[in-house]
Design a protein around this ligand. Structure first.
Ligand SMILES: Nc1ncnc2c1ncn2[C@@H]1O[C@H](COP(=O)(O)OP(=O)(O)O)[C@@H](O)[C@H]1O
Ligand SMILES: [Mg+2]
Length: 289
């Protein structure tokens, strides 16, 4: 059963087609959204989260139409959203900010509301700093404040725009656990630059570039596209689209291999680099970084 459906949805800013008539259907479970900067990820997520109206096409979220005021209200009642960038009202503590968001989300009974705020604060590991002012928190802690408010009420749809930015590995591990559980029943869409997060969490992955969908399928199928295209050698090979010296001293080459090389198992990052490198830019001109 699809919970979110975009049908030929377009959004332009001036002459930039941030989203170029994209069609996509999501079902419960965790979908990763990858793509280079400027690909249109945030634009797509904002449209699903009712923060931005599409210029063209139709959007259905949990059976509601965000083009109408009543549809937007309906979506927002079942949505948890982590925007890419957030500001905070001055003076709030972590607890009071999340509690304030819970009030906006219509949790009117204070006892039940406070219990729910404590639950999400615990989930993201902020219990100890909940009484502190947000201004005094670290970047990773602030990011988790935003995550906590998105988890209020166990929403049917979680739209998360680069939620792992600023988190250390232990915090990312904890977030994976929280999102993995949420994805057992909710529809979760996560944009990220971390292919490792997608490989760890998502069954499905969508790759966006230039406002268009380059790939939509399982992580396994995307990785398979790089089969036979990754090898280790002493040096960078001219046929490699991407190459870097690894910690072992050998160079990981990604591209079209010559004969008789040491082929290795590709990972999601290899497949992503091949896909986006091929569509986006001229490999002849691509520098190795
Ligand atoms: N509010 C805006 N005004 C003007 N241009 C925008 C705006 N939001 C996004 N864009 C442009 O739309 C394109 C897609 O941006 P965005 O959706 O933020 O991509 P991503 O999140 O994948 O980095 C970019 O070219 C960006 O500059
Ligand atoms: Mg973005």
């Amino acid at each position: 059963m699809n919970t979110v459906t975009l049908t030929e949805v377009g959004k332009s800013f001036g002459r930039t087609d941030a989203l170029a008539d994209v069609s996509l259907a999501l079902a419960p479970g965790i979908t990763g959204l990858l793509g280079p900067n400027g690909a249109g990820k945030t634009t797509m997520l904002r449209i699903m989260a009712t923060a931005l109206a599409a210029d063209r096409g139709t959007v259905r979220v949990l059976g509601a139409d965000p083009a109408t005021p009543s549809g937007r209200t309906e979506v927002r009642r079942h949505l948890g959203y982590v925007p890419q960038e957030t500001g905070f009202p001055r003076g709030f503590t972590a607890f009071s900010f999340i509690d304030y968001m819970a009030i906006l989300k219509e949790w009117s009974d204070p006892t039940r509301r406070h219990a729910e705020v404590r639950r999400v604060v615990d989930l993201v590991g902020l219990t100890d700093v909940a009484p502190k002012r947000i201004a005094a928190l670290s970047g990773g802690q602030r990011r988790r404040v935003v995550l906590a408010q998105a988890l209020l009420g166990e929403p049917d749809l979680l739209v998360l725009d680069e939620p792992t930015t600023g988190l250390d590995p232990a915090q990312r591990g904890r977030l994976r656990d929280v999102l993995g559980r949420a994805g057992e029943s909710a529809t979760v869409l996560i944009s990220t630059h971390q292919t490792a997060d997608v490989a760890a969490l998502c069954e499905r992955v969508v790759v966006l570039d230039g406002g268009r969908i380059l790939f939509d399928g399982t992580v396994v199928d995307l990785v398979r596209q790089a089969d036979g295209r990754v090898w280790l050698a002493q040096e960078r090979h001219p046929a490699a689209r991407h190459a870097w010296r690894t910690g072992t001293g050998r160079v990981r080459n990604v591209g079209d291999p010559p004969a008789d090389v040491d082929l290795i198992e590709p990972d999601l990052e290899d497949a992503y680099l091949l896909l986006v490198g091929e569509a986006g830019s001229d490999p002849e001109l691509e520098a190795v970084s």
